[in-house]
Design a protein around this ligand. Structure first.
Ligand SMILES: Cc1cc2nc3c(=O)[nH]c(=O)nc-3n(C[C@H](O)[C@H](O)[C@H](O)COP(=O)(O)OP(=O)(O)OC[C@H]3O[C@@H](n4cnc5c(N)ncnc54)[C@H](O)[C@@H]3O)c2cc1C
Length: 632
C-alpha cells in the first residue's frame, strides 16, 4: 500500500515491499523477475525511463556472455532474447526497451518506480553490522520523493550507490599484483578503472547523405591520429616505453594475451559499435561523468566527420549517422567487497566452486584507463587475456558481512578488477542477477540470512536455478520424484536422455535432447491419480544460432548496431515449438500456437493419472528437440 503525503513543498510517497532493487539494468531486471516468480513483492527503483541499463536504447551496448558454441546463457536472459526476436525481428531499440519493460510489468509482484534516482538510505547498526531500513529516491517526472521500506535491498546500480550510505565495504580501481597474486595486476594499486563510452550508430540509406560536423567536434585526418596499430600475433605485449607514470602499463612483464584491440570503423551490419569511443578510466568514474560526456561527444562527432568527410571510410557516402549516445555507458566504478572476492586466479582455475550460482566465459577484457587517449602512448585500448569458458561464479560474491540485508549483482559484485574485466559482460550479469534474486527470495520466504543461504540452503538455491533453466557448470538438474515414477511412451534410451539432468549439448558432442516427430505425442502415465502441479518443457533454443540470423553478430544476441543493406530480420529459432497442446486424462487443459520460448512452464493444478503433450508445428525444424519434460 503506497501512502502519499502532500506538503506545500514536494510530495513524499512511502512504499513498503519485500525486496527493493536499486538499478534496473539487466542484472536488476533479471533479479526482480526471478524473485517475483518466487512469490516475493519487488520494487525496482530505476533512475532512467526504461530498463536494461547499458543494453537499453539509451546506451546500446551489445549483450555478450560466455564464449563457445554450447555456452550460451539460458534462464531469464534467453527468455528476453526469445521475446525480442519474436516481437522485434527488425531489432528496433525502442521495441527492445518495451520487451524489457513488459517483462517486469507482466509480473504481478513487481512494481516499477522509474525515473527515480536513489540518493539516500536509512540504516541502523546492530552488533556492528548495518541493516538498511529504507532507501529514498527523487523522481524526476513527478517532482516527488519516494521512500521504500523493505526486508531486503539489492544494489544493481552498477555504480554501487548504496555503498557509501550503507556501511558496506567497497573499493574502486585496480589491485596491486601482490594483493591477490594476479598476473594481470599492476605493481601498485590505483584508482583507475575501465572508462565510459558514448556509442554511435549509422544506417545505410541508398542515397548520398551529407554530414556537416559541428564546430566543437575534434578533427581527425587519418587513422594515425587516433588508432593503435594492433599486434594480432597473439603472442605477447610488452609495456610501452612512453608511459609517463607507469600507470598505463598492463605489466612490466611479458603476458600471454589472446589479442589486443584496435579501433575499427568499417561500416556494416556486423561491424563495430564504436565501443572504443571511451574516456574517464583515469579520472573519477562517477564524479567526472558529465565532463567525460562532453569530451566523448566531441570525439564521437569527430570520428563520424573523419569517416564521412576526411577519407576514413571510402564507402560511407550513402551512410547516415542514425544515433549518438548522450548518456555515457559505464564499465567500472565501485565494487563491493563481499563474503568472498573472486580473482583472476579463480577464473583461470575454471571457477569450480561448491557454491556456483552463475557462470562467465568472456575473456578478461581489460580496457586501458586512458581509453581513447591511449593512442598517445601507442598502447591498445583493450587487451584480452584468455579465460576458460565456462567458469563458475560463487554465491558468496553477491553479499557481504557488513550489511545484513543487502545483496549486489551486476558489475559491482565482489571481484577484483582483473576478474571484473570478464564477469562484467551483460549476459553474465543477467545470470548473476537471476541467482541473486532467487537467493533473496529464499531469505524472504524462509526467513534466512544471505550467509545462512550459503551455509544451509545452497542446494535449494542451485536446484531452483537449474529448474529456472539456468546452467551451472558441473551441476545436473534433479528430475522431480513424481516424474520418475511415471511410465513414458518413449524408449528407455530416450527416457534416460530426457531425465539425465543435462539441458544443453556437451562439449564432447553429446546432444542431450530427445527427437520427436512433429504431430507426435509424449505421455506420462502415473498408474493412479496424482496431484499434478507444473509441467515443465525445455525445447532446443538452437545453440548453433544458425536459424536466427544470417548476420554473425546478431547470432550472439539479438541486438543491432549499424544497419546496412545486408541486414536481414531475425527469425525465431527453427527448433522452437510453435504449437502444442496438453491433455490431462484426455481433457485439453492448455494449447498454444504462438510459443516462442525454449523453457515453458504450465500450471496443471489438478489431479490426474495421465498427462499427454501433443506437439504441432515448430518454427521450421522438421522434428521436435526436447531437452527435458517433467511434471512436479
Ligand atoms: C561502452 C561499453 C561497452 C561494453 N561492451 C560490452 C559488450 O560488448 N557486451 C557486454 O555484455 N557488456 C559490455 N559492457 C559491460 C556492460 O555493459 C556492463 O558491465 C553491464 O551493463 C553491467 O550491468 P549492470 O546491470 O550491473 O549495470 P547497468 O547496465 O549499468 O545498469 C544499472 C542501472 O542502474 C541505474 N542506476 C544507477 N544509479 C542509480 C540510482 N542511484 N538509482 C536508481 N538507478 C540507478 C542505471 O541508470 C542503470 O540503468 C560494456 C560497457 C560499456 C560502457
Amino acid at each position: 500500500m503506497n501512502e502519499t503525503i502532500r506538503t506545500d513543498r514536494m510530495d513524499r510517497i512511502d512504499h513498503e515491499t519485500d525486496l527493493c532493487i536499486v538499478g534496473g539494468g539487466l542484472s536488476g531486471l533479471c533479479a526482480a523477475v526471478a524473485a517475483a516468480r518466487e512469490g516475493v513483492r519487488v520494487i525496482i527503483m530505476q533512475d532512467r525511463p526504461m530498463l536494461g541499463g547499458n543494453a537499453s536504447s539509451e546506451i546500446r551496448v551489445w549483450v555478450r556472455g560466455a564464449k563457445g558454441l554450447h555456452n550460451r546463457e539460458t534462464g531469464i536472459i534467453s527468455e528476453l532474447e526469445e521475446d525480442n526476436i519474436y516481437r522485434n525481428p527488425e531489432l528496433n531499440y525502442s521495441v527492445w526497451d518495451s520487451v524489457m519493460w513488459e517483462k517486469a510489468k507482466n509480473e504481478k509482484n513487481i512494481e516499477l518506480i522509474l525515473n527515480c534516482s536513489c540518493c539516500d538510505a536509512e540504516t541502523v547498526t546492530e552488533n556492528g553490522v548495518s541493516r538498511i531500513i529504507s532507501v529514498t529516491g527523487w523522481q524526476l517526472t513527478t517532482y516527488s520523493w519516494h521512500t521504500v521500506k523493505a526486508k531486503y535491498f539489492a544494489d544493481c546500480s552498477g555504480d554501487s550507490v548504496l555503498a557509501t550510505v550503507s556501511g558496506a565495504k567497497w573499493r574502486v580501481g585496480r589491485e596491486a599484483r601482490n594483493e591477490y597474486d594476479e598476473a594481470i595486476g599492476h605493481e601498485l594499486a590505483d584508482r583507475k578503472t575501465m572508462g565510459m563510452s558514448c556509442l554511435i550508430q549509422a544506417r545505410e540509406t541508398g542515397r548520398p547523405v551529407k554530414f556537416v560536423a559541428p564546430e566543437w567536434a575534434h578533427v581527425y585526418n587519418s587513422d594515425a591520429d587516433f588508432n593503435f596499430v594492433c599486434d594480432r600475433t597473439g603472442n605477447s605485449v610488452r609495456s610501452p616505453k612512453k608511459v609517463a607514470d607507469g600507470s598505463l602499463s598492463i605489466a612490466d612483464q611479458t603476458i600471454n594475451v589472446v589479442t589486443s584491440m584496435s579501433r575499427p570503423h568499417k561500416l556494416g551490419t556486423s561491424e563495430t559499435n564504436f565501443w572504443w569511443i571511451e574516456m574517464g578510466g583515469d579520472r573519477d568514474s562517477i564524479r567526472d561523468t558529465e565532463a567525460m560526456r562532453d569530451e566523448l561527444l566531441k570525439i564521437a562527432y569527430g570520428i563520424w566527420d573523419f569517416i564521412k568527410n576526411r577519407g576514413g571510410e571510402p564507402n560511407s557516402e550513402n551512410w547516415e549517422l542514425s544515433w549518438v549516445g548522450f548518456l555515457p555507458g559505464k564499465r567500472e566504478s565501485r565494487r563491493y567487497i563481499g563474503q568472498y572476492v573472486m580473482t583472476e586466479n579463480d577464473i583461470e582455475a575454471g571457477g569450480k566452486f561448491e557454491d556456483t550460482v552463475a557462470y562467465g566465459g568472456w575473456p578478461m577484457d581489460d580496457h586501458n584507463p586512458a581509453g581513447f587517449m591511449s593512442y598517445e602512448y601507442s598502447f591498445p585500448p583493450s587487451v584480452l587475456f584468455p579465460a576458460p569458458s565456462p567458469y563458475g561464479i560463487p554465491y558468496r560474491v553477491l553479499y557481504g558481512p557488513d550489511v545484513s540485508n543487502m545483496f549486489f549483482a551486476g558489475r559491482n559484485i565482489s571481484v577484483t578488477h582483473a576478474a571484473l574485466s570478464s564477469t562484467r559482460v551483460m549476459a553474465t550479469c543477467a545470470l548473476i542477477g537471476q541467482a541473486m534474486g532467487t537467493a533473496a527470495s529464499i531469505c524472504i520466504n524462509k526467513e534466512e540470512t544471505p550467509h545462512g543461504v550459503y551455509l544451509n540452503r545452497l542446494d535449494e538455491l542451485q536446484s531452483k536455478l537449474l529448474d529456472q533453466g539456468c546452467f551451472l557448470p558441473g551441476f545436473k538438474r534433479r528430475i522431480p520424484e513424481l516424474t520418475l515414477g511415471a511410465k513414458l511412451n518413449i524408449t528407455d534410451g530416450e527416457r534416460a536422455v530426457l531425465f539425465n539432468g543435462e539441458e544443453r549439448p556437451d562439449a564432447d558432442g553429446k546432444i542431450n535432447y530427445v527427437t520427436l516427430p512433429v504431430g507426435g505425442e509424449l505421455s506420462f502415465d502415473f498408474g493412479e491419480e496424482k496431484e499434478l502441479g507444473t509441467l515443465r518443457l525445455l525445447f532446443d533454443p538452437d545453440f548453433s544460432r544458425k536459424s536466427v540470423s544470417k548476420n554473425k553478430k546478431m547470432r550472439v544476441f539479438a541486438q543491432a548496431s549499424s544497419i546496412g543493406f545486408d541486414f536481414s530480420p531475425m527469425t525465431v529459432a527453427a527448433t522452437l515449438v510453435k504449437e502444442f497442446e496438453v491433455f490431462v486424462d484426455g481433457e485439453k487443459v492448455f494449447s498454444t500456437d504462438t510459443c516462442h520460448n525454449s523453457l515453458v512452464r504450465i500450471a496443471l493444478a489438478r489431479n490426474g493419472r495421465k498427462v499427454t503433450v501433443r506437439f504441432g508445428a515448430t518454427w521450421g525444424a522438421d522434428s521436435v528437440h526436447l531437452f527435458s519434460a517433467d511434471i512436479s
